[in-house]
Write a protein that binds this ligand. Sequence first.
Ligand code: CDP
Length: 230
Amino acid sequence: MKASTIAIDGPAASGKSTVGELLAQRLGYLYFDTGVMYRAVTWMALARAIPVEDEPAATALAECLHIDVTPPTADDGRQVTVLADGTDITWSIRRPEVDANVSLVSTYGGVRAEMVRQQRRVAGGGHIVMVGRDIGTVVLPDADLKVYLDASVEERARRRWRELERRGEPADYADVLAMMRRRDAIDSGRDIAPLSVPPGAVVVDTTDLSISEVVERVMQLVYERDRDGA
Ligand code: CDP
C-alpha cells in the first residue's frame, strides 16, 4: 500500500513548500501548505485593522473567515490561489508585514484549533502531502510518512533573501536573518503545538542539498515505507 498521507514539517524556508509541491506532483497527490491559512488570518487582521496582539479578536476572525485554497487561477508563479471571503489574497499574504506578524497570530490556541479542524477535513480523503509546523505532531499524528526538513538558519535566510529579490522586493540580508531567528524562536518556543521533530519523523538536513536531491531522498522514503508497510 502506498503512503497516502505525508506530513512535512520544518522551520521557515527549509524547503517544505517547494519540495512538498514537487512530491505531490510526482505522486499525483493533493499538495496543501497549511502556512497559507495562518498567513490568511494574519493578512485579514492587518487589512481590517484588527490589532494582531488582540487574541480574542484574532480568534473570532479565524472562526468566521472563509479561507479557500484552490489550484492556481493565474499564471504568475503562484503555487495555489488563496481566497479569503472570496478575495484573492495570494500575494498579499507574502508581504513583509505578514512575515513579521504571522508567528504571533499562530501562537493563539483558538486560531490554531480552528485551522487544525479545517486542515483535518482537507486531509480526510488521503492522497495528500500536507506541509507546516505541527502536521506530524498535531494535525496528522498518524500520517503514513513524516518528514522533518531542516537547514542552518543562515542558509534559510539566504533562500528567503533570494526569494524576495526574485519577487522584486529586495531586502537586507542581515534583516532577513534577524527576522528568521525571531520567527524560529516564536515557532519553537510557543506553548501550543511548538515546532519540533514529530515522533517517528525522518529528519532531512537540506543545507547542502539541491531541491531535486531533497525530492529524491523523500521519494526514496515513500518507496521504503510502501515496501515495509505493504
Ligand atoms: O513560508 P514560511 O516557511 O516562511 O512560513 P509558512 O510555512 O508560510 O508559515 C508561516 C507561519 O505560520 C509560521 O512561521 C508559523 O508561525 C505558522 N504556522 C503554524 O504555526 N503551523 C503550521 N502548520 C503552519 C504555519
